[in-house]
Design a protein around this ligand. Structure first.
Ligand code: KE4
Length: 435
């Protein structure tokens, strides 16, 4: 497999675009080499500018839960666009979106649309600060909540991949209000809450971490956070931008049965169009302008084309709950069969999965926290990544990202992936693989 067209376009891209990409996670910095320029995609496959067919495990970093170019989504976008692409005025589509998501997620009484996950999480902590009158937030090392200043402290995803988990440009004034705890370590949260009594507005986390690879919550972690937040008068925020509508119809709130005060969404809710959202109880959301004093806005928030796309996808998920069982089945099969292949080649690997998001770490397990994640062999991952790419299997280009299985990843696609891994690992074994 070769990529001359992608190389040409990547060189061209550097002329006017920082790093040649509009988002660093796409730049292949974690694995080296040239990012592929994608021309089109359908179902479980993407096709690059060199005509290569690729099994896609990035899924646009989450949205493509029913595969690329899901017909109902495409039709909805085409139809909506014919009536103009934005009005800057309320539409019935936004009413329907709010009804749909509040019907899918337990405890979601009111919801506000945004244009990205970052806007949703930024807004959620502003609401928490406005509601509680407190300034500080607690996040977790390795979790990524978008590129809002308050979150670029020991962040995951591209920030971690690039080796700058705490970004320059975030002022000391901002950084002092962000406290960082250890994922799956309740004692680290309790200590921060006790050291900052009555100063913490919220604890925000990915209820299933997907931005340091896939790291599920351990038994009792989420319930423990709920208890600690109640004891200390802090709000609990589930950042479900990645897990929302993916790991269950009602996301982590449904799957784990722990009720946060605020939830944030992105990715699946927009079906690949720019949509984020934040919401919670009517009580907490009552502070949001224009009902309340906490300002939050967006020219294109609730955009009719984006709402149409998201509604088409969510309706399919909401009205066919068996899809989640089928996603569980296919992702479980990939996890099991790949695990067998790694073991057959004597590769030390730890696999984590929740629903159709999963990840493999090339180190001893368990992998439950950022410090565990840091033990993964990123060099081996890079060699494995490029081997799989040459076989036509496109994994997320970083050891610190979750893989996504779509409803189009059928048995044939899974078999193709597993057989490719077997061939790649045979080659790697000759060049000194991770043990
Ligand atoms: P966006 O602003 O990128 O729409 O969402 C930010 C965000 C917030 N919260 C969680 C849990 C997220 O996973 C994200 C974005 N995820 C990354 C993928 N790991 C986006 C990929 C990228 O930055 O290009």
């Amino acid at each position: 497999m070769s990529y001359p067209e992608s190389k040409k376009f990547f060189d061209q891209a550097h002329k006017h675009i920082p790093g040649g990409v509009n988002s660093p996670a796409r730049a292949f910095k974690g694995v080296g080499g040239t990012p592929l320029f994608i021309k089109r995609a359908k179902g479980a496959f993407m096709y690059d500018e060199d005509g290569n067919e690729l099994v896609d495990y990035i899924a646009s970093w989450g949205p493509m839960i029913l595969g690329h170019a899901f017909p109902a989504v495409i039709e909805a976008v085409k139809k909506a666009a014919e009536d103009s692409t934005s009005f800057g005025a309320p539409t019935v589509l936004e009413n329907r979106m709010a009804e749909r998501v509040c019907g899918m997620v337990p405890g979601l009484d009111k919801v506000r649309m945004t244009n990205s996950g970052t806007e949703a999480t930024m807004s959620s902590i502003r609401v928490a600060r406005g509601y509680t009158g407190r300034d500080k937030i607690i996040k977790f090392e390795g979790c990524y909540h978008g590129h809002g200043d308050s979150f670029l402290i020991k962040a995951g995803s591209g920030a971690l991949t690039l080796g700058h988990p705490s970004s320059p440009g975030v002022t000391a004034g901002t950084a002092k209000d962000t406290l960082t705890a250890d994922y799956n370590r309740l004692d680290s949260v309790q200590r921060l809450l006790e050291e900052n009594r009555e100063e913490v507005a919220a604890v925000i986390l990915e209820p299933v971490a997907g931005n340091m690879g896939c790291v599920p919550p351990t038994e009792g972690f989420l319930a423990g956070l709920r208890r600690l937040c109640d004891e200390h008068g802090a709000l609990l925020i589930f950042d479900e931008v990645m897990s929302g509508f993916r790991i269950a119809r009602g996301g982590a709130v449904e799957r784990f049965g722990v009720q946060p005060d605020l939830m944030t969404y992105g990715k699946v809710i927009g079906a690949g169009m720019p949509v984020g959202a934040f919401g919670g109880s009517a009580e907490v959301m009552g502070v949001v302008a224009p009902d309340g004093p906490v300002y939050q806005a967006g020219t294109l928030s609730g955009n009719p084309v984006a709402m149409s796309a998201g509604l088409a996808l969510l309706a399919e998920l909401d009205e066919n709950p068996s899809i989640y069982d089928e996603l569980e089945q296919q992702a479980g099969s990939l996890q099991k069969e790949l695990g067998k292949v790694f073991n057959s080649h004597g590769i030390t690997v730890t696999d984590n999965r929740v629903g159709s998001m999963l990840g493999f770490f090339f180190c001893e397990g368990p992998v439950e926290s950022f410090s565990d994640v840091s033990r993964t062999d990123t060099g081996f991952f890079a060699r494995f990544f490029h081997g799989m790419l040459r076989e036509g299997i496109y994994l997320p280009p970083s050891a610190f990202e979750a893989w996504f299985v779509s409803h189009c990843h059928d048995d044939e696609v899974i078999r193709k992936t597993v057989d490719a891994a077997d061939r790649v690992l045979s080659t790697l074994n000759e060049t000194g693989a991770s043990r």
